[in-house]
Design a protein around this ligand. Structure first.
Ligand code: IMP
Length: 433
């Protein structure tokens, strides 16, 4: 019994949804604590695929309590669509009345800034995350609880010329006239208020003080899973700024938004190789046929945007860093099956700066990562299909050696291995560093 935090130990897209789903099997509650609809968590149950972006992965389980905490940037359209999935599955949902709202105009600003940045674009998901997070820290966001009363919505949006300022920023950056998949005029105050109020009616029965409820569960020793989005290497503090997202993707994100500090375990999720989507330095990127092979075999295309992901060898320097700053106590390695029949493998076990190999470069700032050349170590690959393996003994020896290397380099045990998309394609294990 206790609290489990699941965080991405790379640049997102590690397969956290599946890992959360496994822990959810014995838990009472699943809690989303940071990020927004920029996330894409794919669950495959009995061959049926569900892609979630905002609500916790527990919404596919009947009776499960699912919380969206005060640190989640709430996208109302996505929230409404996923609430319908939760209702169909018979799951319970509680939305924090303090969760800040991503307005349609935030999405316009995000897209406009990206376009006007040209070659320096961050490669965001254009979900309005950066602009909405900025407003949260500027202490002027509309929150879910405000949506119940149209007069409150108007008051927040007009206070200090808030909405007018957002429209001016959007126009200054040459913002588009419309938001994809939305009919409303994002520059219209009245249309935005009406959109908010409509959603407010839908969400009203689900609003709660989720902090109080989650504290209550923890006090009663209930099993609670905190579900991270993105990955530690995209964390606003610890990632390669400005090529990061706008939230705390580490276990500290739970502490920041829920005030919870004691965790039974923090599970970092890493693929057996590496991917990154969007811009920013990526030392082990394979911009060649091997990278293409990884992309095709691993179906490495974004769940949220459909963009092809950049692929490369596993970077154990970045992984060790992610475990340290992410608070990770154990690792799950996903997509091991993608590396079967791949030939010889490699991991990056050091960064080369001016001809000198550094294995402990400290904070992985943008400058550090940009200057890093990978120091690769070769590993023997393995032949055959591992997707039917359900114990570590059923894996080829070289696959086990590869996993042992990951545990040793990361400095934390590997406690699970993903060998396919389905819920059951998983090997629990203990591989000590
Ligand atoms: P934003 O979070 O939409 O502002 O995007 C900032 C950076 O984070 C971009 O490089 C995105 O591609 C990346 N990013 C955001 N969410 C995810 C995710 O769920 N998986 C992988 N990358 C993400």
């Amino acid at each position: 019994m206790g609290t489990t935090v699941v965080v991405g130990a790379q640049w997102g897209d590690e397969g956290k949804g599946k890992v959360v789903d496994r822990y959810a099997a014995t838990a009472q509650a699943v809690v989303r604590y940071q990020g927004g609809a920029n996330a894409g968590h794919t669950l495959v149950v009995g061959g049926q695929k569900t892609a979630l972006h905002l609500l916790p992965s527990g919404i596919v389980r009947a009776g499960m309590e699912n919380f969206v905490g005060p640190g989640v940037l709430f996208d109302c359209d996505v929230g409404a669509a996923e609430l319908a999935i939760a209702e169909r599955c018979g799951a319970k949902v509680f939305l924090d009345h303090s969760a800040p709202i991503v307005l349609p105009i935030h999405r316009i600003i995000d897209a406009a800034r990206e376009t006007s940045a040209g070659g320096n674009a961050i490669g965001t998901t254009k979900r309005g995350i950066g602009p909405a997070a900025s407003d949260f820290w500027l202490r002027r966001s509309l929150s879910l609880g405000d949506l119940r009363v149209p007069a409150d919505i108007r008051a927040v949006l007009t206070e200090g010329g808030y909405f007018a300022e957002l429209c001016a920023i959007a126009r200054q950056h040459g913002g588009p006239a419309t938001v994809p998949d939305m009919e409303l005029d994002p520059y219209s105050l009245d249309a935005t208020i009406a959109w908010c109020a409509e959603h407010g009616k839908r969400f009203a029965p689900y609003l709660q003080d989720t902090r109080k409820m989650v504290w209550g569960l923890i006090d009663h020793d209930a099993e609670v899973v905190f579900e991270g989005a993105q990955g530690v290497l995209l964390d606003t503090y610890h990632g390669s700024r400005p090529y990061t997202t706008s939230s705390s993707c580490t276990a500290a994100g739970v502490s920041m938004s829920f005030g919870v500090y004691q965790f039974e375990r923090v599970v970092g999720v890493t693929k057996a190789y590496a991917t990154r989507v969007g811009g920013g330095p990526f030392p082990t990127e394979l911009a060649d046929v091997l990278g293409e092979q990884l992309r095709e075999r691993g179906h490495e295309y974004g769940t949220t945007t459909g963009r092809p992901r950049r692929c490369g060898w596993l970077d154990t320097v970045a992984l060790r860093h992610a475990c340290r700053v992410g608070g990770v106590t154990e690792l799950v390695v996903t997509k091991l099956d993608v590396l079967s029949n791949f030939g010889a493998l490699a991991t990056c076990d050091g960064y080369v700066f001016d001809g000198v190999v550094e294995t402990n470069p400290g904070a992985l700032t943008g400058t550090v990562l940009r200057g890093a050349r990978p120091h690769l170590r070769a590993h023997a690959g393995w032949e055959g299909d591992v997707t039917e393996a359900r114990t570590i003994d059923a894996l080829p020896d070289t696959a086990v050696r590869y996993l042992e290397h990951i545990a040793k380099s990361a400095g934390v045990p590997v406690s699970g291995i993903g060998i396919g998309a389905d819920r059951d394609a998983f090997i629990p294990c203990t591989i000590v560093p």
